[in-house]
Structures are given as C-alpha cells and as structure tokens.
Design a protein around this ligand. Structure first.
Ligand code: ZN
Length: 283
C-alpha cells in the first residue's frame, strides 16, 4: 500500500504534466471506486485548468480554476500512469485502454494521465477549494510530519493520552498524517524504541528524538522516490513505486544492522499488522 513517500513521488511525477495545464476531457468509466464518484465528475473536470498539485497526508489534491479541488486517493492498489507528454519528461506512447483504467485525464498539452485500480479501494472526490480543510476525508487528519506543526511539544501532548503501543499510536492518522506500517517500523528501529512500549509511558526525551527521525526516514524515502523519477520512465510510465532498502521492515530472521548489536529482526503482529523489530536493541 502506498505510504506518504510513494504518494509524494506520484505527485511529483504528475506535476509536469498536470500543474498549470488544462484537462481537455476527463473520462470516468464507472460510477464509483471505494465510494461513488461525485455527481457529474467528468463534466466538472473537463475544461478545468489545474492551478496547483498538492499533497495532504496520502491524498493528492489538484486545485482547479473552477474553485474546486480534485481529491485523489490511491487506496491499496491505485496506480497512476502518464503517457505521451510533449514536455519531454515522459516518452511513453499512449497505451491501449486497459482493464481497470477507471479515470483518464486527457490534458491539453497532449499528456494522458490514467488512474487504474484493480481492487478499487482508491477514491476520488471534488470539494470547494475554500472549504477543503472541512472535507470529511481531510478534516480528521493530524499534522503533516514534514510540516511545522509537527513538533516535540505537539507529539508529547498527542502521545500522553495514548494507552496503546507506540507502533499503534504512530499509525493513527489523527496523531500524524501519512505514516503507515513500513515507515513506522523503520522509525521505531532507528529510534531504538520497542514497538510494544506504551505510547504514554515514553519519556519526553525519547519522544523529542522521534520527531527528527520521522522526518529523516520520510525524507530519505521521498529522495529515493525522486531518484526513481529521474531515471524512471519506468517501462510502463507508472509513477510512485521505487526500490528502497529497509533496515527492519520485512527483514525477519536477518541480523540487526545496528552497530554493536548482534540481535535478529523479529516479526510480531500488532493490531493485525506485522511489526518488524530488533528485540535486543529496541527497548
Ligand atoms: Zn539490534
């Protein structure tokens, strides 16, 4: 499932083809994804100029000169591809329509942006840009981990009432936006914090240390995603998936890479999700 760095990579990959450009026509090939599409979505998108392409948590937000913002969520298996961009960023010919190509944006610049989602856990909605912060998908989300509102004092206060394991607390989108299973495992590994430890029992010092680690882990992944865009042109024009090495995630049974630790990465299940950690150096 795409997490914040993957979604940010998709956003950056889409920007050259969409930002500042007009959607000549949008094809909406079915009535719904995870939820029904908004009324007249194709008509409301067709002819609109995308004035900005932003991200909030795992949502891509396309602001348009119509005063509306298109909200895009990739869900579990949503994929976005760009083809035929005349700007020279992408060199893919338009592919033949494929199964599960649910929404297609034909850009005035010749690019074609396709949203394909076999499992249909993705979503799209339209909202008044001025009221976007009150949209039901956006409103409950906590601060952006790379933004100024995410600070020591904020995180200390947010965790002080959580009687759950720190792993579960960091996955809670009310606490911090966009962190998912993979990057939370990496963050706790780097912080040397046992994922089973109760959030509210962590000292202020350990919580303060988490803030820059969360930022570093995400920034490194975003940079890896950026490199994937540079040498990309992934064979099929798909955006957002890139090779990235993990120290804890999916390394069960492998030797811990922390200096001076000869522990072994273990896997446990927490809230139905796999947690990978080193029982020796994560305390
Ligand atoms: Zn270790």
């Amino acid at each position: 499932m795409p997490e914040l760095p993957e979604v940010e990579t998709v956003r950056r990959g889409l920007a050259p083809s969409m930002e500042g450009h007009v959607i000549t026509r949008a094809d909406v090939n079915r009535p719904d994804l995870r939820w029904p599409f908004p009324e007249n979505m194709a008509a409301r998108l067709s002819g609109a100029k995308v004035t900005g392409l932003r991200r909030r948590s795992k949502y891509i937000l396309a602001d348009m000169d119509t005063g509306e913002t298109l909200i895009i969520h990739l869900g579990m298996s949503g994929r976005m591809t760009v083809s035929g961009d005349p700007l020279g960023q992408f060199h893919h010919d338009h592919p033949a329509p494929a199964k599960h190509d649910h929404v297609v944006f034909h850009m005035a610049n010749g690019a074609r942006v396709t949203f394909n989602d076999a499992r249909r856990f993705g979503a799209m909605d339209l909202a008044d840009t001025a009221q976007l912060d009150d949209h039901w998908l956006i409103k409950p989300i906590g601060p952006e981990p790379l933004g100024n509102d995410f600070s020591d004092s904020y995180l200390t206060s947010a965790l002080s009432t959580r009687n759950t394991p720190i792993k579960t607390a960091l996955l809670d989108q009310h606490v911090v936006a966009g962190l998912g299973n993979i990057y939370v495992c990496e963050v706790l590994f780097r912080a040397g914090i046992n994922p089973k430890r109760k959030a509210r029992d962590l000292s202020g010092k350990r919580i303060a240390a988490l803030v820059p680690i969360i930022r570093d882990v995400l920034s490194e992944a975003i940079n890896a995603g950026g490199s994937s865009l540079k040498d990309y042109r992934q064979a099929d024009g798909e955006l957002g998936y890139f090779q990235h090495g993990f120290q804890a995630y999916d390394r069960e049974g492998n030797e811990c890479q922390t200096d001076e630790c000869n522990g072994t990465i273990a896997r446990i299940t927490q809230s139905g999700r796999s947690t990978f950690y080193c029982p020796k150096c994560q305390r």
